[in-house]
Write a protein that binds this ligand. Structure first.
Ligand code: URA
Length: 251
């Protein structure tokens, strides 16, 4: 390689390193912008974007029926996952939420507490949600399967299928304006992709007329922090679809 070519390569490398540092600075320590007020009120409306219309908006009070199916799930024996369950894990958050996050299935901490996303991945998910401008009580969080798979393995297709009626009824009752599918299993659980689909992340599909953004799971982000950037872009797309912009960063 000539000296000139070497100098060009070094210049290019230093430009890329500078960009990376700037990007990390912009995203803050967690990889997602830290905001001062993590509540839905921090979200800024974007009047230029039309509202997403969701059918079935007059669902009355959905809480009693949600409580009833949570109880059914707690005693469910539709698949073998119930054998290892400490607690079933139905949901946390707001049944009136405009946005629903769907994960794969409970892990150890969730199984112990009976709430989704309360472990390390959940802490990151809460930061992602806060960066969007929502507080934990502004959104609804649930999983494809309601019982912990042994050793935290991926749910088997028959387990996801057995649990699907719970998820379908949850989504039908809440009728959010947007869904975020966290990871391939969530997108598959909703029937949006199959195991052969490549390039599944980062674009909108629809589930019964509701826009669904499939993106990487927070547990994957803990192992691959460089993927936080595309996920943050996906979440901003979701906000834009809802006619909103994320709040300003903490100064
Ligand atoms: N991972 C999931 O997919 N769901 C949880 O509830 C926790 C971790």
């Amino acid at each position: 390689m000539t000296d000139d070519a070497l100098r060009d390569d070094l210049r290019e490398l230093s430009r890329m390193a500078r960009e990376l540092v700037e990007w990390e600075e912009q995203l803050g320590g967690t990889g997602f912008p830290e905001v001062a007020v993590p509540t839905g009120e921090a979200l800024r409306p974007r009047p230029d974007v039309p509202d997403v219309q969701v059918s079935g908006s007059d669902r009355g009070d959905r809480r009693p029926r949600l409580a009833q199916i949570a109880e059914e799930a707690a005693g469910c024996t539709r698949c073998d996952l119930h054998r290892g369950r400490t607690k079933s894990v139905f949901a946390r958050g707001n049944p009136e939420a405009e946005i629903v996050f769907i994960g794969e299935g409970p892990g150890y901490h969730e199984d112990q507490e009976g709430l989704p996303f309360v472990g390390k991945a959940g802490q990151l998910l809460d930061k992602m949600i806060a960066a969007m401008g929502y507080g934990p009580d502004d959104v609804y969080i649930c999983n494809v399967v309601k019982c912990r798979p042994p050793d935290n393995r991926t749910p088997l297709p028959n387990e996801s299928a057995a649990c699907l009626p719970y998820l379908e009824e949850q989504l039908g009752l809440i009728a959010p304006r947007a869904i975020v599918a966290l990871g391939r299993t969530a997108a598959q659980g909703l029937g949006l992709i199959d195991e052969t689909t490549r390039g599944w992340r980062g674009s909108f599909c629809e589930w019964r007329g509701i826009p669904v953004m499939s993106t990487y799971h927070p547990a994957f982000l803990l192992r691959n922090p460089n993927m936080k950037r595309p996920v943050w872009e996906d979440l901003q797309e979701v906000l834009a679809r809802l006619g909103k912009a994320p709040p300003g960063r903490r100064s």
